[in-house]
Write a new protein. Structure first.
Length: 104
């Protein structure tokens, strides 16, 4: 059984027991429960349900495992013959969740 959920402008294919990295949720601490209610598709024993745009009554429940930072992305700007160079870095913050249940 799997589902496709939409969260923060992204779509994820999730199954029960799967760990997933989503955008940082401010205020979500370890052990909290998140509910994704924008379920676009559910596949199970009784077939596939496709929403228009979401499946009515379907939700995905997840438990927050923790917060982590992604890999560093280096950004360099260089303007030739101007003696202008800039190097900065960025590390995105993610919330890791464990999918606990897919509710039809």
């Amino acid at each position: 059984m799997y589902a496709i959920v939409a969260d923060s402008g992204q779509q994820f294919r999730v199954e029960e027991g799967q760990e997933l990295r989503i955008d940082y949720r401010d205020g979500a601490s370890k052990g909290d429960e998140l509910v994704f209610d924008r379920v676009l598709m559910v596949s199970g024993e009784d077939g596939v349900k496709i929403g228009k745009p979401v499946v009515d009554g379907a939700s995905v429940t997840a438990e927050v495992v923790g917060v982590e930072r992604g890999d560093k992305v280096t950004v360099q700007k260089f303007r030739r013959r101007k003696n202008s160079r800039r190097k900065t870095g960025h590390r995105q913050i993610y919330t890791t969740v464990l999918i606990s249940a897919i509710n039809n």
